[in-house]
Design a protein. Structure first.
Length: 406
C-alpha cells in the first residue's frame, strides 16, 4: 500500500520514484524493522490485556506427566495467544512493503490468516472452558488439511497460459497485474517453464538436476504440497513448548528461506549459483524477513523466563507460512534440513505414539516432544533451548551452503 501511495504522489507531481523503494532487498530490511518495532512496542499492552482476560497457559497435569507438571508449574498463569500480535505486525509489514497485486503476497496473507484463525479458536476454547483440550485434534487437522488441499489444487491446476511472440510462457493464477514466471538458468540456455512444469520438478539439496515428475506422477507433487504445508504447521506447533525455543528457530529458518528467495529473484545470481530463477520471489523474501523481525520482537518477551507464549495462534500460522514458502520456492526438501529441529520434534512425537501402540506401551523417549525428553534427563530449560538454537543455526548454515555446493 505504501508503495502504491508513493507512486501516486510521484505521478501527481510528475516526478520519478526513487528506485531504492523498488528493490526487494530494501523492502526486506524495512519489513523486518517494521514488524520488529511493532512487536516490541505492542508487547507490554498485549501482555497486560491478556493478564486482565486471564488467558493463561495450560500445562500438562500431574496425572499425565508428573515431572513435567512440576517443572512447568510456574508457567501456569503466563498469558498465551501471543501469536495475535506476531501476526498483526507481519500483516502490517505486508500491507506497507509488499506488492498487494502479487499472487505470492495474497497466498501468504490467506495462509497466515486462516491457520492463525484455526489456532486462535483452539487457544480460545482451551482457555475459556476448564479441562478443555481446545478443538478436537481430528477437526483441527482436518481444517489444516482442507486448506492445504485447496492451496495445492490452486497452485497446480488454476491459471491460464499465454504464449507470447518470443515463446515465453506467462502464468497468471490470480491477479491480472501479476506475472508469475519461473525459469532454469544455465551457462548455455535459459528455458522458461509453465506452471505445471515448474511444480513437476523436485529439487534435492546438493544436486544440480531436479527430479522431473510427468503424467500421473504429478499427483506426488500434489500430496507433497499438502504434506509440507500441514506438516510444517504442526511441527512448529509441537516445538512451541519451552521459552523462546520455537521463536528462535523460526527466526533462523525464516531468514534462511528469505535469503534463498532473494537469490532466486535475482536473475544473474540465480544463473551464477545454478539455481531456479523465480520472478517475483522477492515478495516471499520480504514476508519471511517480516516474520523474522516479528519473531525477534516476540523473543524480547518470550525469552526465559517468558512473559508470554505464542500459542497455537502463532505456531500453526507461522509453520504454515514456512511450508508454503518452501513449496513456492520448490525447496521442500531443503526445508527439512533448515528446519531440522522442527522435523526432529515432530518425528519424536510420531515415533513415541507408534512405539506406545505397537510395542506393548513401551516408550522410546522419556517424554515427547523431544525437548521434554532432555528436561526429563535433568537438563535445565535454558540449556535445552540454547543447544537446540545452536543445532538450528548449524542446520540453517548447511542449508544455505547447499545452494553453493550444488
Amino acid at each position: 500500500m505504501l508503495l502504491l501511495f508513493i507512486k501516486f504522489l510521484y505521478n501527481l507531481f510528475d516526478t520519478t520514484i526513487p528506485s531504492v523503494f523498488s528493490y526487494s532487498s530494501t523492502r526486506m530490511i524495512l519489513a523486518a524493522i517494521t514488524s520488529l518495532v511493532i512487536t516490541i512496542f505492542l508487547g507490554p499492552f498485549v501482555i497486560r490485556k491478556l493478564y486482565q482476560l486471564k488467558i493463561g497457559q495450560s500445562i500438562r497435569t500431574k496425572e499425565t506427566c508428573p515431572l513435567l507438571a512440576e517443572l512447568h508449574e510456574k508457567k501456569k498463569d503466563t498469558p498465551t495467544m501471543g501469536g495475535v500480535f506476531i501476526i498483526f505486525s507481519m500483516v502490517i509489514s505486508l500491507i506497507l512493503w509488499m506488492d498487494l497485486t502479487n499472487t505470492y503476497t495474497l497466498l501468504l496473507l490467506v495462509t497466515t490468516l486462516w491457520l492463525g484463525l484455526v489456532g486462535a479458536v483452539d487457544d480460545y476454547l482451551k482457555l475459556k472452558y476448564k479441562n478443555s483440550k481446545g478443538l478436537p485434534s481430528k477437526l483441527k487437522f482436518f481444517l489444516q488439511l482442507v486448506f492445504s488441499f485447496v492451496v495445492a489444487f490452486y497452485i497446480l491446476f488454476s491459471g491460464s497460459e499465454f504464449e507470447t511472440g518470443n515463446k515465453e510462457t506467462l502464468i497468471r493464477p490470480l491477479a491480472k497485474e501479476n506475472v508469475l514466471k519461473a525459469s532454469i538458468s544455465t551457462q548455455k540456455v535459459t528455458k522458461n517453464l509453465t506452471n505445471k512444469e515448474y511444480y513437476s520438478r523436485l529439487y534435492i539439496p546438493f544436486f544440480k538436476k531436479p527430479i522431473i515428475l510427468k503424467g500421473p506422477l504429478l499427483i506426488i507433487t500434489f500430496f507433497l504440497i499438502v504434506f509440507v504445508i500441514t506438516g510444517s504447521s504442526n511441527a512448529v506447533n509441537l516445538t512451541d513448548g519451552l521459552d523462546g525455543l520455537a521463536a528462535g528457530n523460526l527466526i533462523m529458518v525464516a531468514v534462511s528461506l528469505g535469503i534463498i528467495a532473494f537469490l532466486s529473484n535475482h536473475i544473474q545470481l540465480a544463473k551464477y549459483l545454478n539455481i531456479l530463477y523465480i520472478d517475483n520471489s522477492g515478495e516471499i523474501a520480504i514476508y519471511l524477513f517480516a516474520m523474522a523481525g516479528a519473531c525477534l520482537g516476540f523473543l524480547w518477551y518470550n525469552g526465559y523466563p517468558a512473559q508470554i507464549f505464542m500459542g497455537d495462534t502463532g505456531s500453526l500460522s507461522l509453520g504454515g507460512v514456512l511450508g508454503l514458502s518452501a513449496v513456492l520456492l520448490r525447496r521442500e526438501f531443503l526445508l527439512a534440513i533448515i528446519g531440522g529441529i522442527f522435523v526432529a520434534e515432530a518425528l519424536s512425537v510420531i515415533l513415541q505414539v507408534f512405539s506406545y501402540k505397537f510395542r506393548n506401551k513401551k516408550r522410546i523417549f522419556l517424554c515427547s516432544p523431544l525437548h521434554h525428553h532432555f528436561e526429563y534427563k535433568g537438563w535445565p530449560e535454558t540449556k535445552v533451548v540454547l543447544r537446540f538454537w545452536i543445532i538450528g543455526l548449524l542446520l540453517a548454515i548447511i542449508g544455505i551452503a547447499s545452494i553453493k555446493f550444488q
